[in-house]
Structure formats: structure tokens, C-alpha cells
Ligand binder design. Structure first.
Ligand SMILES: Nc1ncnc2c1ncn2[C@@H]1O[C@H](COP(=O)(O)OP(=O)(O)OP(=O)(O)O)[C@@H](O)[C@H]1O
Ligand SMILES: [Mg+2]
Length: 231
């Protein structure tokens, strides 16, 4: 579904992504893991076209999308939930979702019912300002907004960060539904090991910009965890 080949990215002189190759298989949840500051968010921004690269390619369904503008990502069915959520705090829940709908590639005009079924709290709170929601509710809103484009591929950048356990569990259920029931491909950036183990199929570990380990999530050994992840 998504294939990254030998990607190199620099912030000025700083070589942040070093020859990164990665593959997300259709309908699977691929976990991108690694300690703080190793380049996980940078890689997600590169996939979204928000940052340019010095070399390497990004293929989506076999097409080279490395150079297409970020605004075109929604129309080819790539959805994105950035780290820190970035919802519009002065707009209502409904207005935030409407913004997602504006980018819908199938021309739908209303928020699909399934989104409210996945996140019932958003229906209850549809007139509330985004900024008045709890952190967990804002994360749910950010995911719901990304789902409004009806993506085939969804990037979630640390969706469980700083969120209360019951909402983390609900978000996990949504990830399972998207991959297992809908065949949507997910790239989950995640530092919490139990969450990655529960919902991931494959993993990649980044360490100072390089992929240092990868495999099926069941192969994620204690040794790898000790070496490359904060525990
Ligand atoms: N806009 C920027 N300009 C210069 N350097 C940056 C910029 N954004 C990030 N960096 C640096 O690039 C490196 C990778 O950052 P990145 O945000 O991709 O890490 P991360 O793995 O997502 O970390 P975290 O787990 O804390 O979210 C870090 O050293 C960071 O300081
Ligand atoms: Mg990050």
C-alpha cells in the first residue's frame, strides 16, 4: 500500500532521516516506534508532503507521490492525525468535522453516520467548542476529522500520548475496526509498548533517524525493547 525507499531528509545541516525504507501492508497496522526525537514525526510529515526530502521515494499504491503537494494527499485517500491533534479550538466539534468533509474525495456533504457511531461522544458534544473538550476527546475529534476524508491509509502520530486509559482503549478499538473490518491501512506512531502490541501487526524501530529493527509485532523481543525503546 505504502512503500518508502531509501529516504534521506535534512533540517539544514542536520541529517534527520537516514536511508529510511519502510512498507505498510494493506489492511494492517504498522507501528513506527522509537524514543523521543529519533525522527518519527519527521517521517510522518515527509509522507504527508509537509517536508521535502533530499533523496528517496514514497510510493502509494505503486505511484510515486514523493513530490505531490500536501493538499493533494486527501484526494488520494491519505488521512493524517498529527501529533498534538491540531484541532480548531475556537470552532465547534461539528465545524471541525465539516472541515474534514471539505476534503472528502467522494463528494459527500454530511459527516458519515459511522463516525458518530465510532465516537458517540462527538455527537453529544457537536455544538461544543473544540478547545473546551478534554485532551482525549480532542484526540477522538482529530481522528474523526481525518476519517471524514474516507481514507484508505491513515497516519496516527502518538494518539495515546497524554490521554486517559479508557479513551486510549476506545481509540484502540477504532484502530482495530478500521484495519480488520474496513481494510484500511494504518501507520501508528506509538511509544506505548502494550498499545502497539495489542493493535499492531508489524513494527519498525527508528533510532537517530535510521531503521534499526523491523518485523512482525510478535517478533518484538525484550532485547530490542531494551536497546531501542524507553521502558
Ligand atoms: N522544524 C525543525 N527544524 C529543525 N530540527 C527539527 C525540526 N523538527 C524536528 N527537528 C529535530 O529533528 C529530530 C527528530 O524530531 P521528530 O519530531 O521527528 O522526533 P520524534 O521521533 O517524533 O519525537 P517525539 O517522540 O518526541 O515526538 C529531533 O532532533 C528534532 O529536534
Ligand atoms: Mg513526534
Amino acid at each position: 500500500m505504502l512503500k518508502i525507499e531509501n529516504l534521506n531528509q535534512y533540517y539544514k545541516q542536520s541529517h534527520t532521516l537516514k536511508d529510511v525504507s519502510l512498507e505498510c501492508k494493506k489492511g494492517k497496522c504498522t507501528c513506527l516506534m522509537g524514543r523521543n526525537g529519533v525522527g518519527k514525526t519527521t517521517l510522518s510529515k515527509v509522507i504527508m508532503g509537509l517536508l521535502g526530502v533530499q533523496s528517496g521515494r514514497i510510493l502509494f499504491k505503486g505511484n510515486d507521490i514523493t513530490a505531490i503537494p500536501p493538499s493533494a494527499r486527501a484526494s488520494i485517500a491519505i488521512g493524517y492525525v498529527p501529533q498534538g491533534r491540531e484541532i480548531f479550538s475556537s470552532l465547534t466539534v461539528r465545524e471541525n468535522l465539516q472541515i474534514g468533509i471539505l476534503s472528502n474525495r467522494n463528494g459527500i456533504k454530511k459527516v458519515p453516520q459511522i463516525i458518530y457511531e465510532l465516537f458517540p461522544i462527538l455527537k453529544e458534544m457537536h455544538a461544543r467548542k473544540g478547545g473546551d473538550l478534554s485532551g482525549g476527546q480532542q484526540q477522538q475529534l482529530a481522528i474523526a476529522r481525518a476519517l471524514c476524508i474516507e481514507p484508505e491509509f491513515l497516519i496516527l502520530d502518538e494518539p495515546s500520548e497524554g490521554i486517559q486509559p479508557n479513551i486510549v482503549a476506545q481509540i484502540g478499538d477504532v484502530i482495530d475496526y478500521l484495519t480488520k473490518e474496513k481494510g484500511i491501512t494504518v501507520l501508528l506512531i506509538e511509544q506505548k509498548l502494550p498499545f502497539a502490541r495489542r493493535h499492531g501487526d508489524d513494527f519498525y524501530i527508528l533510532d537517530r533517524g535510521s531503521v534499526t529493527a523491523k518485523g512482525e509485532i510478535k517478533e518484538l523481543s525484550d532485547e530490542i525493547i531494551k536497546q531501542y525503546l524507553s521502558v
